[in-house]
Structure formats: structure tokens, C-alpha cells
Unconditional design. Structure first.
Lengths: 163, 288
């Protein structure tokens, strides 16, 4: 019993029309069927936050959604954050400058989570940043660099904010 | 792919969803998916059919109805968190919902899903008990209302029949100026609470308690209203000493024992959490 469905989904501005097995998670669909491996899978049960994407602009765990649920919706993954091939988004630049990543495994989830957070809360306190990333596990940085990067990014994003 | 094979259904109306539920064997309803999806990924559940409620019309709303507030079952936890009505008239709901998972899970998780999953430590379950919620249930023969007090049967088991769907939850409001406090003990922010307490207090101008609601979450298999303590509080003048003395009663609660904590530890936490919740509630009385 491998029931399939045809879905149309927009990911990082590009429209995909695909037939997908109904039991496929959104994360596996993006990674295995579309080759969008920027979204990482850690725990696959909603704890680690590595697979966080923006679903219609809201952060969500792509391991806790079915691909069929994305039919007709818009998704942003880490691959879609930078404005162009050779330019980083200010949030990504802040991560680079503040040692916000080491191995990079948690980074896709950190970036998507913080993108939504800084849009909702452009001038956060350190505590608010820590709560915002409390659903994202990082085993390298000790979080200090990530928190510094988020606060730095908030400053960088202030004039003429985007995303 | 992690979930086991199943047939997928995405009805557009409540009656279609109920129809599917009545017709299909071994079907599970999929709401926000923040509990069911992990269970599918880990293959704790093996349904033959998934009935996805995410495209059903008319299940997502927050509306005021007299003294009550009504939540459609598919209302996302995040929408409740950002609701001004909730913040002003049901401040304990706002305070507690910040402890429900993380922003990413609140963006998807729903109030109805949380109540039907009925995890003993779930904040919304505790709040529904604290606020004397009423649930509206739809089945093949129409709709019925039930006091939330009757809804939990036992550990993660509700009074829903297999062919019924929770459509709405109403919370009764307390007068403006009531005190509220929600506290929980979890190992990390966003983790399942080992014990939590929700307290609501109404006091007269002299600090005498007119009405009290005290609920423990995560301690027993279902949320526990501490009726004896509530009764004992009424007519007394609020003080931390009074709360401390009365909350000793929480040690008698039949507590869960699991990998996180033995029953005696939960009973101890219950006395501490309930006292702190009452202290917080008392401190907030009068501030609308």
C-alpha cells in the first residue's frame, strides 16, 4: 500500500509539481525527492529543531508535517534565505562574524527560526533570543555565538529590513 | 520515510470528517501533528487511515461569546498566544501557553489536538480543567456538549467515541481583576512539565477569598482540580502561610511514577507548584 498524491508546492520561490507518497514527511520529500538537502534532519520527532522551515512564513518542524500537507503552500528553507548566489543575508553574515556556527548541523533551523523571530520582534533582548532558540539544539557553539549573532543581526536588519 | 503506510484523507467540512471517521476502520485524526507525527515517525501508532483536519473549514477561530471565549478545535496555539482577547480576559492562558513546546511547535499545534491527546503534563489540558471549559463534540448523530471535567477518562484517554470529533472548546471567563498564576517545573524550557499548577483567585477589597480554582497538571494521569483546597480557601484571608498549609493536601494526590520522577517527588512538587501558583495569583488580584 503505497498511496501517492500529486502536489504543487512553492519552495524558495520555485514551484514544484511532484507525485509523492502520502506518508512522506515534508523534510524527507524536500531532501530525498527534490534534493534540497539544506534542511537537516536530527531527531526526526520534533525535538532538535534542525529541520525547521518557514511554512507560509511561520516556523515549523518539517519532520512533523506530511509533504501532502504542503500542497498549495509556500515554504522557505535555508537555501532560500540569501538574496543571491554570492550575497549572504544579514542574518547569515552575523552568524559568520559572531561564530554562530561550527559544524553547521543546527544552522538551517537556527536561521529559519531567527528569521521569523526577528521579523516578529525586531529589537529583542538576549533573554528573548534565548527563548526563541530554545527549541533548537546546538552541540558545538554553547549558544553564545548564536545569541550574539541574533542580537547583531537585529541591529543589521534595522534600516530597510527585509524578509 | 518514517511513518508506516496509511491512506490519507483531507476532508473540507466537519460533516465529511465525521463521515470518514464513522466509515473507516483504524483511522486517526491529524490536527497540528506535534504529537501524532512523532508517534507515526517512531511507529508507536499504526493507523490504516489518516484523516487530516488541516483543510477543514470552520474549525479555526477565537470568538467571544458572552462571558465565555470559544476556540475552534484547530485554532493554533500560536494564535491563542497572540490573541488580545485571551491576553486581557484569560491572562492565565497567555501565561501558560508560552510553556507549550516552542514557537515552532506552537505554530502548528492546536488546542483541540492537545486536549484530545490528553498528555497529563499538557498545559492546555490543565487550563481547560482550571477554567471549567466545555467541549463541543460532533458525531454521526449530531453535536453534544460536555463539561471538560467529564472529558478525561484516564491516561491519554478521552470520553470521545471512536466516531466523534472535538470541534470547539469554550472557557468560562473570570471577572476582570481576578488573580492568576501558572507555574510548572520542567527540566528545560519547553520540555514536558514534571508538575504544574494553575491558580485563579477572586478576592474582595479586604483580601478575603471569594472564589478559587486550583488545578495540578502532570502529577496524576489526568488533570486534578484540588476541590478541597478550593473550598478551604473561600472566606479566608489570602496569605502565603495559608497557601502553604492548605497545599500540603497535594501530597495525597495519586501521582504518576515514571523515568523522570518518582511519585513522592511529584507529590512534593505539587505542594510547591500549587503554593507558588496561588502566591502569584494573589499578587495579581486587582490588576485587570
Amino acid at each position: 500500500m503505497t498511496e501517492k498524491r500529486k502536489i504543487a508546492v512553492t519552495i524558495n520561490g520555485k514551484r514544484y509539481e511532484e507525485e509523492v507518497e502520502v506518508r512522506y514527511t515534508l523534510a524527507d520529500f524536500m531532501r530525498q525527492q527534490l534534493g534540497l538537502t539544506g534542511t537537516h534532519l536530527g531527531c526526526e520527532h520534533g525535538v532538535c529543531g534542525a529541520c525547521t522551515i518557514l511554512f507560509d512564513g511561520r516556523s515549523a518542524r518539517s519532520c512533523l508535517m506530511l509533504a501532502v500537507q504542503a500542497d498549495g503552500h509556500e515554504i522557505l528553507t535555508v537555501e532560500g534565505i540569501a538574496p543571491s548566489e554570492d550575497t549572504l543575508h544579514p542574518l547569515q553574515e552575523a552568524f559568520r562574524d559572531n561564530h554562530g556556527l561550527q559544524c553547521g548541523f543546527c544552522t538551517p533551523g537556527m536561521l529559519t527560526t531567527l528569521l521569523e523571530f526577528l521579523r516578529d520582534n525586531p529589537d529583542p533582548t538576549e533573554k528573548e533570543v534565548r527563548i526563541a532558540i530554545s527549541g533548537n539544539l546546538c552541540r558545538c557553539t554553547g549558544y553564545q555565538g548564536i545569541v550574539a549573532a541574533a542580537l547583531d543581526a537585529a541591529q543589521r536588519l534595522k534600516p530597510g529590513r527585509e524578509a | 520515510m518514517k511513518p508506516p503506510p496509511f491512506s490519507y484523507h483531507d476532508p473540507r467540512t466537519i460533516s465529511d470528517a465525521v463521515g470518514l471517521l464513522a466509515r473507516l476502520e483504524n483511522a486517526k485524526l491529524l490536527a497540528g501533528g506535534q504529537s501524532l507525527m512523532p508517534m507515526l515517525n517512531m511507529r508507536y501508532v499504526l493507523p490504516d487511515h489518516i484523516i487530516d483536519l488541516n483543510r477543514v473549514d470552520g474549525l479555526s477561530y477565537i470568538r467571544e461569546a458572552g462571558a465565555a471565549i470559544e476556540f475552534g478545535a484547530m485554532t493554533r496555539q500560536r494564535d491563542i498566544e497572540f490573541s488580545d482577547v485571551v491576553k486581557t480576559r484569560f491572562p492565565i492562558v497567555h501565561e501558560a501557553i508560552l510553556n507549550v513546546g516552542h514557537r515552532q511547535t506552537r505554530n502548528r499545534g492546536t488546542i483541540g489536538g492537545s486536549l484530545c491527546h490528553l498528555d497529563p503534563s499538557a498545559e492546555l489540558v490543565t487550563l481547560a480543567a482550571a477554567h471549567d471549559a466545555t467541549v463541543t463534540i460532533q458525531g454521526p448523530n449530531g453535536t453534544r456538549n460536555m463539561a471538560f471535567a467529564e472529558f478525561p477518562v484516564t491516561f491519554m484517554t478521552t470520553a470521545l467515541e471512536p466516531n466523534e470529533l472535538l470541534t470547539k472548546v469554550s472557557f468560562q471567563s473570570w471577572p476582570s481583576g481576578h488573580g492568576y498564576g501558572f507555574v510548572e517545573f520542567a527540566r528545560r524550557h519547553g520540555d514536558f512539565a514534571i508538575a504544574s499548577a494553575a491558580a485563579l483567585l477572586e478576592e474582595d477589597a479586604n483580601g478575603k477569598i471569594k472564589r478559587a480554582s486550583l488545578t495540578l497538571g502532570g502529577v496524576s494521569v489526568v488533570p486534578t482540580r484540588m476541590r478541597e483546597i478550593e473550598k478551604a480557601l473561600v472566606g479566608k484571608t489570602a496569605s502565603e502561610e495559608l497557601f502553604r498549609e492548605l497545599c500540603e493536601e497535594c501530597r495525597k494526590v495519586d501521582a504518576i511514577e515514571d523515568v523522570h520522577a518518582p511519585a513522592s517527588y511529584r507529590q512534593h512538587l505539587a505542594t510547591v507548584m500549587s503554593r507558588r501558583a496561588l502566591v502569584a495569583a494573589h499578587g495579581r488580584v486587582g490588576r485587570a
